[in-house]
Write a protein that binds this ligand. Structure first.
Ligand SMILES: Nc1ncnc2c1ncn2[C@@H]1O[C@H](COP(=O)(O)OP(=O)(O)O)[C@@H](O)[C@H]1O
Ligand SMILES: O=C(CO)[C@@H](O)[C@H](O)COP(=O)(O)O
Length: 541
């Protein structure tokens, strides 16, 4: 239920497994939360964890109508809970990054005649040229990536402009594949949105513009000039500039809410829609990340991100425009084998119970007696390798561990990878370092204790695991004053400070220093083997 307030702000998150919403009052206290879980509440779309994995095991999509229907459902749930839509001054939101939505020519006109008596999904049948949107879990565009890097003069050259070398899930490479596979549908497309700008469009009743921060995850934008990199557009697909629209600041007000929501739900016609952004940029805002902090998000994907002032794009990781400060940037590393791998091991080794999973972490020693696990159930992003590998303290490969050892090996391995790759990006853990944890698995304090031990640093969380939603509610509040020069930090100064939840156990540093070195060597070998196996498969030299 929600308390009645004079004014409030909404933040939505169209993430991989669910749609979530948070409302905050003027003092940034959370007054309402809700969610729609795709697999269980929209079973007609037959998704598993919010997505469809295709038979090639590389193509991964989500039905775009599932997201539209989820919006109908969440707003109905809020109405049922007595949420007062008339008090919403502004709303914003975010979406899983990199996913793309393809609108048919004329789709925009449908928005002009929405009947408030009908749910949105009834109006939007048939307005998408590609009903199954490629999402971030897709890794089927290696060809497109290789072509883009080659034509741009190499991976580093592409990274110097767009902030990242070519990545399979990045939207430009996905668009290039859509153009090649479905040329007719591409031709019939008048607008291509990211999941974030698609969601904003639903509220605006017109095409929303892509914001700088989420636009950085496309391999198409010059992150320094904050405009499309025309050579990249040209190499991707024809007439792309028109289909993408102009990118805008993440704090920009994109317009008032569509009259449809005013009539159907009682929103004020003055309610502003602030640019939607990516879910990781949304989390950066929600945790009010400061320079020197490191954020670890444990959602469907695991990500690590940092606030940076002087970006140095490299061959690993990504540089995105910062969502709350146009002068700054954020660095991000993404790991595909996050919560879904933890869930798989929980089901196999802990009878499907998080409590039993936690129990295993508590009854095994830090450092796991030298046993190390590397769990890449699906082709990992960082590094690009696949398979499950177990090593004893002599670095010998073993086939299996006991259930408890397996659980600790998984969690320690995942966190050692995060520390290792963050340090490769130049991050240093120094006295005063705060690790800010968020995402579904950050509700598990035993998991966070391992995080603290591996990083040898204190771990903090905020009250909600939905930092992306919260951050977007904060961004909504900031958005309406941003043009007058008010900084994000100033606009959210009343927000609660993160709370300390774990400190490193005595002796953690001594145990993890040598283990981290071993993990780095083992992972490097796996990566090298994976590269040579792929070369053999493709017959490349
Ligand atoms: N107690 C727990 N311990 C560990 N992981 C958990 C726990 N509760 C939920 N999770 C994980 O959280 C994940 C969902 O996280 P969330 O951040 O909501 O994902 P997304 O935003 O990508 O949809 C689930 O897949 C689940 O594995
Ligand atoms: O690909 C990335 C970031 O580059 C992912 O982090 C997606 O943005 C999905 O986010 P979650 O649903 O796992 O939060």
């Amino acid at each position: 239920m929600s308390a009645s307030v004079a004014s409030c702000y909404l933040g939505f998150d169209f993430s991989t497994q669910q749609l979530k919403v948070v409302a905050v009052d003027e003092l940034l206290n959370v007054i309402h939360q809700n969610h729609v879980h795709f697999d269980s509440e929209l079973p007609e779309f037959r998704t598993k964890d919010g997505a469809h994995i295709h038979s090639d095991q590389l193509t991964v999509t989500s039905p775009v109508m599932m997201w539209v229907k989820a919006l109908d459902i969440i707003l109905e749930k809020m109405k049922k809970d007595g949420f007062d839509f008339s008090s919403v001054k502004a709303l914003s939101g975010c979406g899983q990054q990199h996913g793309s939505v393809y609108w048919k020519k004329g789709a925009c006109q449908v928005f002009e005649s929405l009947d408030p008596g009908k749910p949105l999904h009834e109006h939007l049948q048939g307005v998408f040229t590609v009903p199954d949107s490629p999402i971030w879990m897709d890794s089927s565009t290696t060809d497109q990536c290789q072509k883009l890097e080659l034509a741009m003069g190499g991976a580093q050259k592409l990274s110097d402009i767009t902030g990242s070398r070519a990545y399979e899930r990045f939207t430009g490479n996905q668009i290039a594949k859509i153009y090649k596979t479905y040329p007719d549908e591409y031709k019939k497309t008048e607008r291509i949105s990211l999941v974030s700008s698609f969601a904003a469009s639903l509220f605006l009743g017109k095409y929303a513009k892509i914001d700088y921060s989420d636009g950085s995850g496309m391999n198409l934008m010059d992150i320094f000039r904050k405009q499309w990199a025309l050579p990249c557009l040209g190499l991707t697909a024809p007439e792309l500039k028109d289909k993408l629209g102009i990118p805008v600041p993440s704090a920009a007000v994109q317009g008032p809410i569509s009259p449809y929501y005013v009539s159907r739900y009682g929103f004020s016609s003055n309610c502003k829609v602030v640019s939607f952004t990516g879910d990781n940029p949304g989390s950066l805002a929600g945790m009010r990340l400061q320079e020197g902090d490191i954020a670890v998000s444990l959602g469907t994907s695991d990500t690590v991100f940092l606030w940076i002032k002087e970006p140095k794009p490299a061959n690993e990781g990504h540089i995105f425009c910062n969502p709350v400060d146009c002068q700054a940037y954020m660095a991000l590393i993404c790991f595909k084998n996050g919560s879904l791998t933890r869930q798989r091991v929980r089901n196999e080794c802990a009878g499907g119970s998080w409590d039993a999973f936690s129990e295993a972490l508590c009854c095994t020693p830090m450092g796991n007696n030298g046993n190390i696990g590397i769990h890449f159930d699906v082709m990992e992003i960082t590094p690009s390798a696949i398979g499950v590998y177990r090593f004893n303290k002599e670095n010998e490969k073993v086939n299996r561990f006991s259930d408890e050892t397996e659980i600790r090996a998984l969690v320690e391995g995942q966190f050692m990878a995060k520390r290792l790759h963050a340090e490769k990006l130049g991050y240093k853990i120094i006295p005063g370092t705060r690790v800010l944890a968020t995402g579904g698995a950050s509700s598990n304090n035993d998991v966070l204790q391992v995080l603290s031990d591996v990083f040898c640093a204190p771990v903090y969380t905020i009250d909600t695991t939905n930092s992306a939603c919260l951050g977007c509610a904060f961004r909504a509040k900031h958005g309406i004053v941003a043009e007058t020069g008010v900084s994000f930090a100033e606009a959210v100064r009343h927000a609660q400070e993160p709370k300390l939840v774990a400190i490193p156990s005595p002796g953690a540093e001594k145990i993890f220093e040598p283990l981290l070195k071993r993990y780095a060597e083992l992972e490097k070998k796996l990566f090298e083997n994976s590269v040579s196996e792929r070369k053999e498969e493709t017959g490349a030299k």
